[in-house]
Structure formats: structure tokens, C-alpha cells
Design a protein around this ligand. Sequence first.
Ligand code: IVH
Length: 695
Amino acid sequence: MTPDLFAEPTPAAPAERAAALRAQLHHHAHLYYTLDAPEIPDAEYDRLFRELQALEAAHPQLITPDSPTQRVGGTVLKELTPVRHAVPMLSIRTETDTEASGAVAFDTRVRRELGLAEGEPPVEYVAELKFDGLAMSLRYEHGVLVRAATRGDGETGEDVTHNVRTIGQIPLRLPEGVPDVLEVRGEVYMRRDDFEALNERQRAKIAAGAKGEKTFVNPRNAAAGAVRQLDSAIAAQRPLSFFVYGWGEVVGDADAPQTQHGWLMRLKAWGFPVAAQTAVCVGADELVAFHRRIGEQRDQLPYDIDGVVYKVNSLALQQRLGFVTREPRWAVAHKYPAQEQLTTVVAIDVQVGRTGKLTPVAKLAPVFVGGVTVTNATLHNELEARRKDVRVGDTVIVRRAGDVIPEVVSVLVDKRVGNPEPFTMPAHCPVCGSAAVREEGEADHRCTGGLFCAAQRKQAILHYAQRRAVDIEGLGDKLVEQLVDSGLIKTLPDLYKLGFTALAALERMAEKSAQNVLDALDKSKHTTLPRFLFGLGIRHVGEATAKDLAKHFGSLDRIMEASVDALLQVNDVGPVVAQSIRTFFEQPHNREVVEQLRAAGVQWPEGEGAQNTPQPLLGKTFVLTGTFPTLKREDAKAMLEAAGAKVAGSVSKKTDYVVAGADAGSKLDKAQELGVAVIDEATMLALLDATKDTA
Ligand code: IVH
């Protein structure tokens, strides 16, 4: 809207329009930022926003502190002003025991302090997440945000209102009917994806030569830095989020809830984000279950937590429990093991994978992180290592979340001593000396040595021997290392030439273990086509693809001869996979390996599952349950599927046969209840055999 400089508008009109725009923008910002459920397109929001900006520019007296236009930043302060908290911001006791028993210890303490005897009913708690950000007190007067302050020492914090206004999830104005004075307390934090994106932008600025810019160590640091900026325009560029967990001074509350949970639900209704995981838990058992459940979900959360917090739900009981020094007796923080730690890079090694991929790995001074001691962290590839600029001697942050491979998050460049060389990928494979190349458009370098390379050979053997492939029990890292290094094994078929004397002569190899390995090798000769195919380690052929190939072609010879076009007919096989299979079988040495393995006695039921072979069990549904005397469950499944049967997970009226082994459970009961035929493994094999004859 263009302000008309000549005609003075009727004063009521712009004021009314501004108020209407503010209300609309508040409503849509709440839908967008807090509920993640916008009702209008971004462009429409922007249009309303610009209209309000124009109106305020023309009539500055219309600007209110809660106007959404005040979120974009622009206030530059000389220093942050101290703020005395009307109600102190307390800290919280930490339960040091990271095991589940920490929850039990807290419950026991609470019960004792409340004088509850053993038989008396359990205490009700609220279990919350312990967000890893910084505590914030938001003061609303007559529903308008007037001040945001950090915790500081608990008595006095700093006024950071200008920056906090830029946080989309924090309401600038509350609905009608809120208390005259309301202090809301919670955590300002940064999501991990926002943090990664911010650091990416920082790295780009540094690379472009910007002075005084740096990357951030972790989301908490980035959030704290943003909140304490003097210039709110900078804070506005650092995406922050908020969760509410409590309250401070409250004046004029007609209808105060009597529980922590009641408060949280009311604050949620007023527009504050409450974590969805928040739960009412009755007694210690439910707290323990909560701690375990959140522990499992932790790695999938989009933000960092360092634990959970338990609070007695009833405010009356909270009051009875009171405080010790500055910590309430009614709450405790129960931590999880830290997922990030500082350590130093001792060396950067280059490891060679099964397909020849060269991976730079940072060798670290041992550090306890994410519940285990970590000494290696992957740097993925040369580009990643250089992007993060990891160098020998550097102090780095390592992160290990869940079962994920430990990673170097970032380098503390300030702590770098001297000027170590940036990492470069060697031009030759560190194991076999063959040329290392990086193909056009790929991030990874590869050793070109193929099975000439001992590292690739070791990995290829381990891959073939793994449980999901032909399954050679007892053939692990150490043994493969010895077998390859001693020259006993050069190619896969050499495995089956191993003799007792040679094996037993290896270091740390007792006679009994040597015999076990030989037995396992013998056993592995009876396998299935999918397992064998997967075990060959063809690039891009995982377990699922191997199964699809076996099912489609039915025999190894047909797969070995298949053209790229024929391969493309297979479920989920695209051009890259098809080409990779073709290339593999075009190599004479690979064909030779296959022939020698077959000659050594490796075999599988040929013709199984071929689409061009008859499928006598087509249309029959089987359910497998219990442990079978000779077959592995997945092999039985593969055999049935090869014959055209469907193998389902649960028993229904549509089930034709339930194959029951030892310790069959509820599925067997269900079959009996529904009158479904129950057979054993031998009968199933007989059935397969019989159908083969008729085929
Ligand atoms: S309650 C009287 N609840 O942990 C209890 N604190 O010392 C006051 N924190 O830095 C705190 N998540 O910012 C509470 N769900 C949660 C929390 C939480 C994170 C932080 C808080 C403070 C520290 C407590």
C-alpha cells in the first residue's frame, strides 16, 4: 500500500487496519511456527506482513512492542541490561546415575520425604525432556511480551528481549484472559538441522574471506551466542526454537491449575510449544519406562536433549517438599551419556573397503562418548575431511549418536598448534600401492587394485562369510587377517582348500577351533542362491537385490549371462545396478571365482524361484513359527517363495499351512483355533519335493 502524503487518512482507519493485520499475522505465525500447520501460503503471509510494515512506516505511532514487524530485528544495543528476576530461576538437581535406577532413586527420595509408607499409592509425576539449550524467562504484561531475560545467576539475568522477539515460536501477544502478569519459563534451543545449515553458511563466509566469523561448536553454543547478540538483526539470522517447561511470577490468575501438567496444557493452549513427549507417569516404574523410551528415541529427535526431567505433578505436594538451597526437592534431571566430547586427532589413516573405497579415518585419543570408548571417527571422504578441515594434532568434537559410526563434528581451530598440513588423499592405495582414483561426479576415491589388494580381499572374504551371506561361523576379522597376511588365501575359493594342519598352525588357533572352522566351511557349502549372490559382493547388489535376481532368473547361469536389458526387467534394478552386475560377470577372474567355488562343492537348489520355472505352490499362504530342526527360518521362507507360495507374518483364515518348529507360540494356538493345517519341517520339505516332481 502506498501511503498518500496529501490526504491525511482518518486516524481510526489505519489503527484499526494495523490491529487487524497484527491479529491475523499472530494467528498465522502460531500456525506456522508452533503448530507446523500453516493455513495460508508463505507469499500471502509476506503480503500481509509488508502491508503492516508500510502502515507502520507511514504512522510510526502505530508500532506496538508486540507487532510481528518487530521480529525481524534491527535493534542494536551497546550492552545488555541486567534484569532482576521477580521469582528466582532455580536450577535442578542432577541424578548422576545414567542407568534406569536413577528414576527409582528419585521416587524413593520423594516418598521418604513425603512420609509415604510402602503400601501407600504411587506418586504422580510429569516426565519431560531436558532440552539442551539455555533457560529463558518471558514476561507478559496484559498479554503482551514486555521482556525476555536469560537466567544469569538465577537472581539476575540479562535483558535479551530484542533478540527473543525474532524467535517465531515465541508469542508476542497472548489470547484474552491470561493473568495480568505472567512469566513463562522454558528453553531456547537450536534444532540440529538449523545448526548444520548455520555452520554451512558460516563456513561459506569464512571461505569467502569474511573476518571475525567462526563456526559453532554445538547447537547450544550457537543458541547462546545468538541470544546474547547486541544486534538483533544478527540474532534474526540464527534460527532459534523454544519449549516451555515452567513459570515464574504470576499476578491476577483467576483459575490457576493445581498441577504441573495442568500448567503445561494451559500454556500450550495459550500458544507456547510443549514437547509432545511430555507424559504423566505414575510411580517409579513408569518413570523408568519413560527414561528408556526417550533414550531409544533420542537420536531421532530433531534437537539435542541431555536427559529427561521428572517433576512431582501436584503443586501442593511440590510445596510440601520445598527446596534444598537453590534446588527443588520435587524435581530431578536424569541424564543420558553425553553424545559429544572433545578429543585430539592422533593421525589420519586411510582405510580400504571391500569395493576399494578409500575412507579417511581420524585416529583419536580414546574418549568416552555415547556410552562407549571411541578411538576412530570416519571423515567419509577427502571432500568431507577438507570441508571440516581436520588436521593431525587438532582438537575436535566427536559425536556418537546411537549405533551410528562416530563422526568428527568440527575442529576447534583456535586450539590448533602450529600449522599442520591439510589432509590430502594419497595418490596410491596405502595397502597395495595401486593407483587411487576418483571418478567424475563421485565423492569417493577408490583403489584400482581389485582382488590384488589385500585389504579388498580381506573385506571380500568377510563379506562372503557373514551370517547374511553364506554364513561361515567363526571366520571373523582376526582370522581373515591372518589367513590373507600369511598368504594362505588369495581368492575366495582358497577358503575351501584350507587344511587342518595349516589352520591349526596359525597363531592363537587351538585344534578344536581349527576343526570348528573346517566344519563351518563345510556347512557353508549348502546355501541358497540369494545368499551366494549377495556373498559375491557385487557392487550395489545388497540382500534384497540378490533375492530379486534369484527369484527372477532362478539360476546363477542365467544371471551371469543376462544382458543389461534383461537385468533391467528385475524388480528395483536400475541402470547403475544392471551395469554393475554385467561388468562383474564380464570379468574373467570373477567368473573363475564362481566356477572354483562351485567346483569346491558350494551348491544351492538351482532353478528355485525362477519366473520361467513352474510355481506349484502359487496361491498358497504359509506362516512359519518356532525353530526348525535343520532349516533357518529365512531359508525355509526362500524355498517356499521360490515355489510360488506367499509367506505371511500372521495366521488368518486365509492361511493354508502353518509350519511349526520347536517352541512355537501364539501363532500355533491361532492356527488351531482357526482350524488351519499345521505341519512340521519334514512335511513341508516333502510337500516341496512332491510339487517338484509334478512340475
Ligand atoms: S525445570 C525448578 N524443566 O535445565 C526447576 N529445566 O537446572 C527449574 N532444562 O538450565 C528447571 N529442560 O533451562 C526444567 N524440562 C525442563 C528442562 C529444564 C531443560 C534446563 C534449564 C536449566 C537446567 C536446570
